[in-house]
Design a protein around this ligand. Sequence first.
Ligand code: ADP
Ligand code: MG
Ligand code: MG
Length: 208
Amino acid sequence: ADELDAVAVRAMLLQVCTRMIENTDRLTEADQAVGDGDHGIGMRRGFTAARDKLEALEPASVAEVFKTVGTAVMAQTGGASGAVFGTLYRAGATACGDHALDAATFLAFLEQGLAAVQKRGGAVPGAKTMIDALAPAAEAARAAQADGLAAMIRAAADAAQQGVQASRDMIATTGKARTLGERSLGHPDPGAISMQIQLAAMQDYVAG
Ligand code: ADP
Ligand code: MG
Ligand code: MG
């Protein structure tokens, strides 16, 4: 599909919610290695709330669908990641307007979402956060601009996966993991994994 209307975007984001809920244990283990172990539970709480809101929604616009997810995640997750992923979806929503989701709009979603996360949380690339998956994803999406929505989401998901791997070699300087210092080396960032799971779920939706 080269364009998704609001109903299709809702279905895509329901897939994102399902995947995040399914990956609770993996995210818990990732945060046990470098943080306080609550990332899986928090994401499950946030994306369960988002799923419930989406199921009840008769979406009038793509922006409304993204905003619904962001608001639920922000309100229900708790912890740093609630504000971070809530901000991504809420700020990204403002890039979407009331037309269908196409490649240009998805690029704007990622870039505006990234800018808002950086502004709110103050983390820079390389600080071992979800930005280390989201920033390369946005960059890859920009490079794939001419290739259409499905190819763009694939490129973004692939880049996020590489970002997760790269985050293993980073020393956390933001958030809970910063107190570990060099002991965070060798483990990927939990929030980066979450970002990758979300983009991979979107990719599977548009590919399937
Ligand atoms: P907490 O750290 O409060 O326990 P979580 O465990 O749910 O919250 O989420 C941790 C994740 O949040 C980290 O792995 C990181 O990716 C992300 N994170 C934390 N602080 C920031 C920030 N300032 N900017 C971007 N992402 C952040
Ligand atoms: Mg945590
Ligand atoms: Mg915590």
